[in-house]
Design a protein around this ligand. Structure first.
Ligand code: PMP
Length: 360
């Protein structure tokens, strides 16, 4: 069996140990005589899985008691609407536009409230995180939205804005579980699971309790956080198998990676090696401001589109797949989420050095 090194932006690699465990448990989970996929979400066995997943997420991220964890569906994209539908009071919110996902969150929110842009880095193809001027923050906004890590452009916030009493809402789809975060700084954290948490189909929302229960009557039941909070994410059938895999990923993080601080050290090592090589290469160049570089998504180019294509093709043939940049930006992008082993990054760099020798 030849497994490739998959640099996809998501869905992306899962830890091999998790896949093996899921394979072992596929036909008979814990002596139940059935697969987790076949289990009633109301069964005792499944209750332990979802409860265990939540407990592990809470301990891993240090989620305070006054926050709820919701296991939803609809992707991070549905949160672009759910956040304004549930948090709107005065009918205004602030947005930082740092890429396509941030822009989508902003455009969707515009359907429900007055969505103000406090900063925008579109002038340089979102290759940096714009400086924030707190004078422009609306002290009466219902929330302040950021996309913490910009999957397509490879930038991230290295410091959080101080929004005072205004709840900070963060899309953490492409960086959740990559390093410790102080959850108490946020009103809402949301993430599609398909990068660092598990398979697609699960969307995790971590929300401060006082932000639940304020949606008006017209909000559809399934789009109201209260529905899911009151029913422990069991109002309807949750994405049962994805939650099970997420639990296995969290166990792997705890037992094999040393939790979030160990994970951060490994992610810094991987990204550090990659950026060091890009900075020293005469052929490949990183595309974003050094101060704003992501730990998870690393875009780069040769400066010659034909050579980029040749690189992506030859890399795939050598077992380094999904290195093509997002269709909107071109070039290359290596997504090196938690499950990408250090060895995968070392081998990719060796391959790039050889490509540089031959094509430089
Ligand atoms: N936000 C970010 C930062 C993303 O990277 C993505 C998907 N790549 C999304 C939102 C959209 O997520 P979903 O496909 O789960 O709706």
């Amino acid at each position: 069996m030849a497994r490739v090194y998959n640099f996809s932006a998501g869905p992306s690699m899962l830890p091999e140990a998790v896949l093996r465990r899921a394979a072992d448990e596929m036909l008979d989970y814990g002596g139940s005589g059935q697969s987790v996929m076949e289990m009633s979400h109301r069964s005792k066995e499944y209750g332990e899985i979802i409860g265990g997943c939540e407990a592990l997420l809470r301990s891993t991220m240090g989620i305070p008691d006054n926050y709820k964890v919701l296991f939803l569906q609809g992707g991070a994209s549905s949160q672009f609407a759910m956040v304004p539908l549930n948090l709107r009071k005065g009918g205004k919110a602030d947005f930082v536009l740092t890429g396509q996902w941030a822009k989508k969150a902003h455009s969707e929110a515009k359907k429900f409230l007055c969505a103000n842009v406090v900063a925008d880095s579109s002038d340089k193809t979102f290759s940096y995180i714009p400086k924030l001027d707190p004078q422009k923050f609306d002290p009466d906004a219902d929330y302040f939205h950021i996309c913490y890590n910009n999957t397509i452009y490879g930038t991230r916030f290295h410091a959080l804005p101080d929004t005072g009493k205004v709840p900070l809402v963060a899309d953490m789809s492409s960086c959740i579980l990559s390093e410790p975060v102080d959850v108490s700084r946020f009103g809402v954290i949301y993430a599609g699971a398909q990068k660092n948490m598990g398979p697609a189909g699960l969307t995790v929302v971590i929300i401060r309790e006082d932000l639940i229960g304020n949606a008006d009557e017209s909000v559809p039941t399934m789009f109201n956080y209260k529905t899911h909070a009151d029913n422990d994410s069991m109002y309807n059938t949750p994405p049962t198998y994805a939650i099970y895999i997420c639990k296995l990923v969290l166990e792997w993080l705890r037992d094999e990676m040393g939790g979030l601080s160990g994970m951060k050290a490994q992610n810094e090592r991987k990204a550090g090696m990659f950026y060091d090589y890009l900075d020293s290469s005469a052929l490949f160049k990183g595309t974003v401001d050094k101060a704003d570089r992501s730990l998870m998504n690393i875009p780069f180019v040769t400066g010659d589109e034909e050579l980029d294509k040749k690189f992506v093709k030859e890399a795939a043939a050598a077992g380094f797949v999904n290195l093509k940049g997002h269709r909107s930006v071109g070039g290359m992008r290596a997504s090196i989420y938690n499950a990408m082993p250090v060895e995968g990054v070392i081998k990719l760099i060796e391959f790039m050095k050889e490509f540089e020798r031959q094509n430089g």
